[in-house]
Design a protein around this ligand. Structure first.
Ligand code: FAD
Ligand code: UDP
Length: 389
């Protein structure tokens, strides 16, 4: 039987066909690939970075798992998500208790009785702290004249008052976001708990920890037996014509880039890291120290070993790895990290989302494609809830 040229091409393409082409191997892409594999689907995962895992990728330096794209602490209230990730790798009991350094003064975070006593040494009890905060809140509430707080500054002043705002929030936030607190949305600061107990645990969630042996174990577990290609940028590769390769596309890159910036560019914040090895087993005594004044150009300093080494283990490892984290406005060629959810960008993102809804056989998922400030757990939860994969 003679086969025509066109039919031959069709047959070759069919043989190559995947059910899903997944752009991005971060937690959205990796969880999706795992679930699709479970359903018997064939996937190809591509990522433009040299490694898999997106922002949770860890690099081993001096026996320490270094969180290369920013410190990541897993936390969730969702038992299904917790059990799911623990099925790939056991998580340790790490509890995030960051310290704030304001011009050399050290404060516990999140805002709790330890913070209040350090801020106001005459405050010793929850009732005294409440009274002090209420006094300061009253000033802020009075200026609102009955309306709701409209921006981060108003929200923070109503939440904790001016002393905490000026020492622990204002300059840190402006360094992190590169904008005045009055120009930022109120919800950002609502992420931080305010507690009338002596409790330095940064998160309220029931489950919290770091994968023992690093996040790569989690990603490797999810992507086992899935075909993956690194150093492949979707837009500059053969896969941009994805219909030739797969029935459906899962896209976890930036949403504006997908639509060729048709309505203009979305703003992002980016972070960069200056990482160094110190000949010292215990450099700062904590995994995370936030620098809340403008005196230091970096927002925080991470000592990675404290995520996975405790007690004697800290001293058994003679060196340590330190990363200073710098926040900056995103420019082309940089990594987009945080969506800037102000009015202009939210409106622009909505326009792109409407286009995305019309895109056939394409799933837009994760922080970049949804332009949402997601933590890790909600990203995984979203994929676990998806039907008809
Ligand atoms: P990503 O991890 O960003 O993965 C997207 C992937 O897509 C990347 O690997 C990228 O290279 C790839 N990609 C993009 N475009 C293309 C393209 N054109 N072609 C090929 N590949 C492409 N969450 C927490 O729960 N706890 C924390 O402590 C925490 N800390 C954080 C600290 C920082 C500095 C940042 C930025 C985020 C933090 N997060 C934290 C959030 C967490 O990183 C995200 O929720 C999670 O990574 C989202 O996964 P994702 O798959 O959506 O995105
Ligand atoms: N924040 C602050 N001081 C701090 C830590 C956080 O003012 O020491 C504010 C800041 O505006 C930040 C927000 O609280 O954007 C949320 O902090 P979180 O640590 O949750 O942000 P992440 O960096 O993890 O996204």
């Amino acid at each position: 039987m003679l086969i025509s040229h066109d039919n031959l091409i069709q047959m070759i393409l069919k043989r190559k066909k995947y059910d899903y082409l997944i752009v991005g191997s971060g937690l959205f892409g990796a969880t999706f690939a795992y679930r699709a594999k479970q359903m018997g689907k064939k996937c190809l995962v591509i990522d433009k970075r040299p490694q898999l895992g997106g922002n949770v990728y860890c690099e081993n330096i001096e026996g320490i798992n270094v969180h290369k794209y920013g410190a990541h602490i897993f936390h969730t209230t969702n038992k299904e998500v917790w059990d799911f990730i623990n099925s790939f790798v056991e998580f340790n009991r790490y509890t995030n208790c960051p310290i704030a350094n304001y011009k050399g003064e050290l404060y516990n975070l999140p805002f709790n009785m330890n913070t209040f006593n350090k801020m106001w040494p005459d405050v010793h009890t929850p009732a005294e702290a409440q009274t002090r905060i209420e006094e300061q809140k009253a000033e802020a509430v009075a200026t609102l004249a009955g309306r709701e707080p409209q921006n981060l500054e108003e929200q923070a002043l109503c939440l904790v008052g001016k002393d905490i705002f000026y020492k622990l929030i204002k300059e840190y936030t402006e360094k992190q976001w590169g904008r005045d607190c009055k120009e930022l949305p109120a919800f950002i600061i609502k992420r931080l708990p305010v507690r009338m107990i002596f409790d330095n645990n940064y998160f309220n969630d029931k489950y919290q920890g770091i994968p023992i042996g690093g996040y790569n174990k989690l990603i490797d577990g999810m992507l086992e037996d899935v075909e993956c290609k690194t150093n492949v940028d979707f837009f500059n590769s053969e896969y941009k014509d994805w219909q030739n390769y797969a029935d459906k596309l899962v896209y976890t890159g930036a949403i504006d880039e997908y639509f060729k910036y048709k309505f203009g560019k979305l703003d992002w914040r980016t972070v960069s890291f200056k990482t160094r090895i110190e000949d010292n087993p215990n450099y700062q005594g904590n995994a995370v120290i936030n620098y809340t004044s403008l005196d230091e150009p970096y927002t925080r300093v991470i000592e990675h070993k404290h995520f996975e080494m405790f007690g004697k283990e800290v001293y058994d490892c003679p060196k340590t790895v330190i990363s200073e984290e710098y926040s900056a406005e995103y420019k082309e060629g940089m990594e987009p990290y945080y969506p800037v959810n102000d009015e202009r960008n939210n409106a622009l993102a909505d326009m792109y989302r409407k286009l995305a809804e019309k895109e056939e056989n394409v799933i837009f998922g994760g922080r970049l494609a949804q332009y949402k400030y997601y933590d890790m757990a909600p990203v995984i939860e979203q994929v676990l809830k998806m039907e008809n994969i």
